[in-house]
Ligand binder design. Structure first.
Ligand code: PHE
Length: 462
C-alpha cells in the first residue's frame, strides 16, 4: 500500500501510496466501518429517523467534505504527522499542541472501537457455529445478544483478539495485506449490503421502515440531534483525529486531492444508507423498536439471516466483511499515534505499535465491560462506554475538525489552500471554476461557523 520514494527528505516524506487507487482504498477502508454499518442505523433510530438522515447529509456536504479535504491537504502539503503538520502550517506553540490533541482523540476512539469490533468478531464465530441463524423472533435475537455482551470473558477475549490482530497488522502487514484485502472486500461488502437491502425491502411492512427513514419530522430536529449528525459525519469520515492528515501525508505532492476524495465520500455515504435501509426495514417488519441503541444491528440482521435461504453462509460472509472493514478503520485510528512516536520521537515502529496496541486494549477494557459487569457503573445515567464514545464523537472529533479547517482557512490562508488543491487538478478547476469559491467559502466561513453554531446551540447559548 505504501512504498518508499527515496528521493524525498524525511523518513515520513519517503513513504507514499503506490498509486492514487492505493490511497482511495486505504481512505475508504478507514472511512467505511462500524460507524456506517453498526452506528448509523441505531443513531438514525434514536434520533427521529428521516430528520436525522437529512441533517446528516447536510452536515456531510457543507461541513464534512470541506474538513475532509482540508485534513488531506494539510497532510499532503506538509508531508508530516498531525503534530508536525499543525506546527509547520500554524506556527506558535498552540498548533502543535492541537495537533497532538487530535492524535490523542484517535487513540481514545481506537480503544472503544476495538471493544465493539470485538463483538463483530464474536458474531463471526457465532455465525460459523450456526448460533445466530436459528431465530424465529426479534426477542430471541435480542436475548442472545444480551447474553453474549454481558459475559466479561466473551467481550474482553474478542476485544483482545481484535486489538492484537490490528497491532500485528500494523507491525507487519500494512503495506501489502490491507491493500489487497480492501480491493476484494469493499466490492463484496457493497454487494452483500445490496442483497440485504433487497431482502429488507421485500419483507412485509417494510414500507413503514422506509417511511421512517424518508419522512423527516422537523419537530425532532433538536440541538442534540444536530450535534449527533455532525459528530457522525465526522466520525464516519475518520476526521478530527489525525487519521486523514496522516493518510494525506503519504500522497504525492501532485496527486489530485478532490478527484481522489470524492469517491471515498460517495462510497462511505452509500454504505451508511444501505445499512440503515436494511436494518430499518427489518426492524419495522419484525415489530422491533428502532430505538434499541447499540444492540440494533445484532437484533435485526441475525433475524433476517435466520429467515433467508443460505442465511448461514450470508451471515458468515457478512460478519467477516464487517470485521475486515473494522480492522481497516481501527488501524487508521491507531496509525497517527504510531506515526507520531516513530517520526517525531524516533521510536522504532515495532515499539511504538506494541505500546499503542497495549494501550488500546487496556483503555478499552471498561468500554468492553460497559454492557455487562460495569453496566451499573453510571454517571448521569450513562455508562463508561456512553461517556467515552459521546465525549469523542460529540466533542473531541468535531473540535479536531474545527482546528483543521481553521488552520487551513484562517492561519495558512485560503489562497495557499486553493493553490494546493489546484496541484494535479488544473483540468478539474478549469471545468468547474466555482470550485475555487466553494472551497474558499467552506474553509473560511461555512465549516468553522457552522461548527461553532452547533456547539453554541448545544450548550444553550443560542
Ligand atoms: N470511520 C470509521 C468508521 O466509520 C471510524 C474511525 C474513526 C476510524 C476515526 C478511524 C478514525 O467506522
Amino acid at each position: 500500500m505504501l512504498c518508499r520514494n527515496e528521493s524525498e527528505g524525511t523518513k515520513m516524506a519517503r513513504e507514499t501510496w503506490r498509486s492514487p487507487v492505493g490511497f482511495m482504498l486505504a481512505a475508504a477502508g478507514s472511512a467505511v466501518g462500524l460507524a456506517n454499518i453498526w452506528r448509523f442505523p441505531y443513531i438514525v433510530g434514536n434520533n427521529g429517523g428521516g430528520v436525522f438522515v437529512v441533517l446528516y447529509l447536510f452536515c456531510l456536504l457543507i461541513i464534512g467534505v470541506p474538513v475532509f479535504i482540508a485534513e488531506i491537504l494539510i497532510g499532503r502539503e506538509t508531508q508530516k504527522s498531525p503534530s508536525g503538520a499543525f506546527k509547520m502550517l500554524g506556527k506558535g506553540a498552540v498548533w502543535p499542541f492541537l495537533g497532538k490533541v487530535t492524535i490523542f482523540t484517535g487513540f481514545v476512539v481506537s480503544s472503544f472501537y476495538s471493544a465493539v469490533a470485538g463483538w463483530i468478531l464474536g458474531y463471526l464465530v457465532e455465525a460459523i457455529k450456526g448460533n445466530i441463524t436459528i431465530f424465529t423472533s426479534g426477542e430471541q435475537a435480542a436475548t442472545h445478544y444480551q447474553h453474549l455482551v454481558s459475559q466479561p470473558l466473551w467481550t474482553l477475549g474478542y476485544h483482545l483478539v481484535f486489538a492484537g490482530a490490528c497491532t500485528a497488522i500494523l507491525v507487519y502487514g500494512v503495506k501489502n495485506g490491507i491493500e489487497r484485502c480492501s480491493k476484494v472486500m469493499m466490492p463484496m461488502l457493497f454487494v452483500l449490503l445490496i442483497i440485504l437491502v433487497i431482502r429488507g425491502i421485500t419483507l412485509p411492512n417494510a414500507g413503514q421502515g422506509l417511511q421512517f427513514l424518508l419522512t423527516p419530522d422537523w419537530s425532532k430536529a433538536t440541538p442534540t440531534v444536530i450535534l449527533t449528525a455532525l459528530g457522525q459525519a465526522f466520525f464516519t469520515l475518520s476526521l478530527g483525529q489525525g487519521t486523514m492528515v496522516t493518510y494525506g501525508c503519504y500522497l504525492r505532492r501532485d496527486d489530485n486531492i478532490i478527484a481522489n476524495c470524492a469517491p471515498v465520500v460517495l462510497m462511505d455515504t452509500l454504505v451508511s444508507l444501505f445499512a440503515a435501509i436494511a436494518v430499518m426495514t427489518i426492524v419495522f417488519s419484525a415489530g422491533l423498536a428502532p430505538t434499541s441503541g447499540p444492540s440494533l444491528l445484532f437484533q435485526t440482521l441475525p433475524l433476517i439471516f435466520s429467515k433467508m435461504i443460505g442465511g448461514f453462509v450470508f451471515a458468515g460472509i457478512f460478519f467477516l466483511l464487517v470485521t475486515l472493514a473494522a480492522i481497516t478503520s481501527e488501524i487508521s485510528a491507531m496509525e497517527p499515534v504510531i506515526a507520531y512516536l516513530v517520526v517525531e520521537k524516533k521510536w522504532s515502529r515495532r515499539a511504538a505499535t506494541l505500546l499503542c496496541g497495549s494501550g488500546v486494549f487496556i483503555v478499552g477494557i471498561p468500554s468492553a465491560l460497559s454492557f455487562g459487569v460495569m453496566q451499573d457503573w453510571t454517571l448521569g445515567g450513562a455508562t463508561f462506554f456512553d461517556w467515552v464514545s459521546s465525549f469523542c464523537t460529540n466533542l473531541m472529533i468535531p473540535l479536531g475538525g474545527f482546528f483543521a479547517v481553521v488552520l487551513v482557512g484562517w492561519v495558512w490562508g485560503t489562497s495557499n489552500a486553493i493553490k494546493g488543491l489546484r496541484k494535479g487538478a488544473a483540468q478539474l478547476f478549469a471545468r468547474g471554476p466555482w470550485l475555487d469559491k466553494y472551497f474558499s467559502f467552506c474553509f473560511k466561513y461555512a465549516a468553522p461557523i457552522l461548527i461553532i453554531f452547533v456547539f453554541l446551540h448545544k450548550i444553550g447559548i443560542l
